[in-house]
Design a binder for this molecule. Structure first.
Ligand code: NZQ
Ligand code: ZN
Length: 395
């Protein structure tokens, strides 16, 4: 047991918390860059309520609208230029993970004269890891990524078809204003994808981490079980605020670092999925629903006991059910059925992805993340052929 933990983001979690946006922004700056996505916040009235709160607190703002799902580096450039030109001293992200990620990198790009893509890890450490940013306030409208309370961002370069990440201390938001009411309008499918995403954040650590982390195992299991209990309710009835709140809290916890403390895990399923969303612009959570069960079946061959534990503790597979390998398979089958029941795709074909480019996807995943042997980090680490095998099993 040897680790450090640090997360400086102040979390405010409450239905109705949006009304406090002006008050919390005033503590960070006077003129905000207000970053939004493709327009959902305009349709559902959230934008107007945010603006009313800012106005009441005397905060002026300029808008950077139109951040796309799987946010592009071009949007980051556009937002950073606007923030600089308008003299903004604080950045507010009002939207899903894509809007929050783009806003975080904009806040750092304001202080970097080079190409902001230099900040994104691609194959080797980024040429410029950011050390400074404008203060960031995140207001998530979708429960999924946990970006509101972590130091990461995932950005796509559409020209080179690379989707990769940056993580840096200056990207921790100063404040995460988490108001589950803002998620009431998230459509069924997107809600399901969010549940899948949060579950995958903890399964990555659970299956790829070091041995001997019993408390972290329980945190991870508790997070998945909570998502299993409340996720279907949020999907079935989007207006169920209690379900929305439980799912959103689970999504924050799943990737604010706490569950992963000391686990030292790689994220192979994410690395593979990011390639799919880079090439095909699929929703991240949908891609994960396809890749994760296929990856699990591959990885379970190496570590059946771990997957049997997952089956028994989470999916209720009895300890008397077959041998370890059979229990492992049964747990993964039940997990996959759960995802399907939520409304997630579980085959590549459902994402419109065929077998013609599997080699390319594997190469691209390895381009973004590889160990000294050129393999994708994880337990087990994967060669190019093995990534292809995982993807082929998901066709
Ligand atoms: O763009 P708008 O119009 O706002 O619509 C969005 C978008 O179409 C819509 N939406 C969001 N809130 C809504 C809503 N629709 C109705 N009502 C609301 N309240 O949902 C769609 C998807 O939004 P997006 O932000 O793309 O989804 P998500 O939150 O799943 O973010 C996905 C992105 O985050 C990255 C993913 O790779 C992907 O690029 N990730 C970021 C991570 C991080 N920073 O820690 C970790 C994750 O593993 C992930 O990789
Ligand atoms: Zn994710």
């Amino acid at each position: 047991m040897k680790f450090e933990f640090y997360n400086p983001t102040r979390l405010i979690f409450a239905a109705g918390a949006l009304a406090r946006l002006g008050e919390v922004t005033r503590e960070q700056g006077k003129r905000a860059l207000l970053v939004t996505g493709g327009g959902s916040v305009k349709k559902n009235g959230v934008f107007d309520r945010a603006v009313a709160s800012l106005n009441a607190a005397g905060i002026s703002f300029v808008e950077c609208a139109g951040v796309e799902p799987n946010p592009r580096i071009t949007s980051v450039v556009r937002g950073a230029e606007r923030a600089r030109a308008e003299g903004c001293d604080v950045v507010i992200a009002l939207g899903g993970g894509s809007t929050m990620d783009a806003a975080k990198v904009m806040a750092a790009a304001v202080f970097y004269d080079g190409d902001p893509w230099d900040m994104i890890y691609h194959g080797q450490p980024a040429p410029h890891v950011p050390v400074r940013s404008l203060p960031i306030i995140t207001v998530p409208t979708l429960a999924a990524t946990g970006s509101e309370m972590n130091d990461g961002a995932v950005i796509t370069n559409a020209k080179t078809i690379v989707k990769s990440f940056v993580s840096a201390e200056c990207l921790y938001p100063r404040v995460a204003l988490v108001d589950p009411e803002l998620t009431l309008s998230v459509p069924k499918q997107q809600t399901a994808f969010g549940v899948c995403d949060l579950i995958t954040h903890v399964t990555e650590g659970y299956f790829n981490g070091v041995d001997g982390t019993p408390l972290q195992d329980r945190f991870a299991e508790g997070t998945v079980i909570t998502a299993m209990e409340w996720g279907p309710r949020a999907v079935a009835n989007g207006a169920d605020l209690e379900a929305r709140a439980q799912v959103q809290w689970a999504s924050v916890v799943a990737l604010n670092g706490w569950v992963q403390v000391g686990v030292n895990a790689a994220f192979p399923v994410h690395m593979i999925e990011h390639v799919l969303s880079a090439h095909h612009d699929v929703a991240h959570g949908a891609g994960l629903a396809v890749v994760n069960p296929a990856w699990m079946r591959f990885a379970a061959r190496d570590r059946p006991a771990r997957f049997a534990q997952f089956a028994e503790r989470i999916w209720g597979v009895p300890a008397t059910f077959g041998n370890e390998a059979a229990r492992a398979r049964e747990g993964i089958d039940r997990f996959e059925s759960f995802l399907r029941g939520l409304g997630c795709p579980t085959r590549l074909a459902e994402l419109g992805i065929g077998e013609s480019q599997l080699q390319r996807y594997a190469e691209d995943a390895l381009h973004v993340a590889h160990d000294r042997q050129g393999r994708l980090p994880g337990r087990p680490s994967l060669s190019k052929d093995e990534i292809v095998e995982v993807l082929r099993a998901a066709l």
